[in-house]
Design a protein around this ligand. Structure first.
Ligand SMILES: Cc1cc2nc3c(=O)[nH]c(=O)nc-3n(C[C@H](O)[C@H](O)[C@H](O)COP(=O)(O)OP(=O)(O)OC[C@H]3O[C@@H](n4cnc5c(N)ncnc54)[C@H](O)[C@@H]3O)c2cc1C
Length: 405
């Protein structure tokens, strides 16, 4: 049985970037992926500035490659629609040297990361290979896969929302993280020139709150269109997301200058595990990253930024394990502390905002009160970055609304 220093499970953004950092630090690394190609994940394809910042921390060349990719559609404005139909257009300033927000198909984005890994890092790849179970021993972890068994001193579980690795951690004493459920389809507009837009759309419809519908235009006349909602609310109220999409979308498209939709796409859906500080994400010889660690943004469902952040930090923890020859659960807890030191404030604040976004009246009020100057202040990425970890975010935002219009 082949033995590796570290086996990473899952070739999504968390797993690929983790493998890059592990291999570039001299650890004998394997990456195991159940699909034959990377990039099959159902996603909205939206990239926030955090994604670029995280890529830059791993390799500035990689961040530059994504920014320069012809598959990237950089957004300049965002059109927000309140439940009462009022539309507000917000400027998205660039987060220099990166775009403020962008869209890129996951098949292209993950493939670009994957090729960068292949071309620059000596990683042993096991594609088309599903990890079925782990046996955590005193000196190694044995992974039983669809193509036989391998062993590793440490495992990074970056295997997404239905993580196999996560099942081998002790049960959480904190409440289980909430989940959202989201669906999306690739729609084509009948006029590619009008549809080649730099303005994505976010619609807050009464039937979906605190969830939302998005239209993220791609660079080829197509758009990723979908919607997501808190899965507890969905189950409790028997919400049929596909029916809502089919009902709300034609109305929204009618009000936009992008032309008509010309296809009925295949709609795919998936859970999004939302971040909550305190949920254990490591154990003896195991570290979780990305969706496997439930690190998606509680308000927007955006998870690629934290997937890459945690991929890098899991690799940093693995390097410490080897340096100090410690692989026990107590030692690995410093990884949990580091992740939640960075994300806890953000998770807490955006949960508060999520509770406000349940009410149509609050969103209608925001849309009515919004002046472009105020919206731009509130959506300025640097201001958000400076506010999001602070306590009392909501009163601070209300103060801005009252006195800085
Ligand atoms: C509809 C929808 C829209 C979304 N929109 C956005 C968005 O616009 N922007 C954003 O930032 N986030 C969005 N998200 C969230 C985002 O998709 C995830 O947070 C992100 O993909 C997490 O990356 P990851 O690497 O942790 O996991 P994944 O991307 O899920 O990768 C996990 C990998 O592990 C592999 N794998 C799983 N199990 C095994 C196994 N047993 N053995 C071997 N391999 C395995 C999978 O095949 C996959 O390649 C959306 C999610 C959904 C469902």
């Amino acid at each position: 049985m082949t033995h590796y220093d570290v086996v990473v499970i899952g070739a999504g953004p968390a797993g690929i970037t983790s493998a890059m950092v592990l291999a570039s630090n001299g650890l004998k690394t394997a990456l195991i992926e159940k699909n034959s190609q990377p990039g099959g994940k159902t996603c909205g394809d939206g990239l926030t500035p955090d994604v670029f910042r995280q890529l830059q921390k791993i390799d500035p060349l990689l961040a530059e490659k994504v920014c320069r990719s012809t598959d990237l559609n950089t957004y300049k404005n965002l059109l927000l629609q309140a439940p009462n139909g009022k539309q507000v257009v917000v400027n998205i300033p660039a987060s220099a040297p990166f775009p403020g927000m962008a869209g890129m198909r996951r098949s292209h984005f993950d493939r670009l990361l994957f090729n960068h890994l292949l071309n620059n890092h000596p990683v042993s790849l096991h594609m088309d290979c599903r990890v079925n179970s782990l046996v955590v021993g005193d000196t190694a972890v044995t992974l039983h896969t669809s193509s036989g068994s391998v062993s590793a001193s440490l495992v990074v579980g970056a295997d997404g929302a239905n993580s196999v690795a996560a099942r081998f951690l002790p049960a959480s004493k904190t409440p289980q993280p909430e989940k959202a459920f989201a669906i999306r389809g690739y729609y084509q507009f009948n006029d590619p020139v009008r549809a080649a837009t730099d303005t994505p759309v976010v619609v807050f419809d009464k039937s979906l709150l605190p969830g939302y519908l998005w239209i993220f235009p791609l660079n080829d006349g197509w758009a990723n269109i979908g919607l997501g909602i808190d899965s507890h609310h969905m189950a409790k109220n028997n919400v049929n997301l596909k029916a809502i999409l089919n009902k709300v979308l034609p109305r929204v498209v009618e009000s936009l200058p992008y032309g008509q939709l010309s296809n009925q796409p295949t709609i795919r859906g998936h859970f999004i595990p939302l971040g909550r500080a305190g949920n254990p994400i490591s154990g003896k010889r195991i570290l979780l990253a990305g969706d496997a660690a439930s690190l998606a943004h509680p308000l927007t469902g955006e998870g690629i930024g934290n997937a890459i952040r945690s991929g890098r930090l899991a690799a940093a923890q693995a390097i410490s394990c080897f340096r100090q020859n410690k692989f026990d659960a107590a030692f690995n807890r410093q990884y949990d502390h580091e992740i939640y030191r960075i994300t806890a404030g953000e998770f807490r604040n955006f949960r508060v905002l999520q509770s406000v976004f349940r009410f149509s009246a609050a969103l209608n009020f925001l849309a009515a009160a919004a002046s472009p100057a105020l919206i731009n202040r509130l959506t300025d990425p640097e201001r958000i970055a400076s506010l999001q970890n602070k306590r009392f975010l909501l009163p601070k935002l209300l103060w801005e609304m009252a006195f800085h219009r």
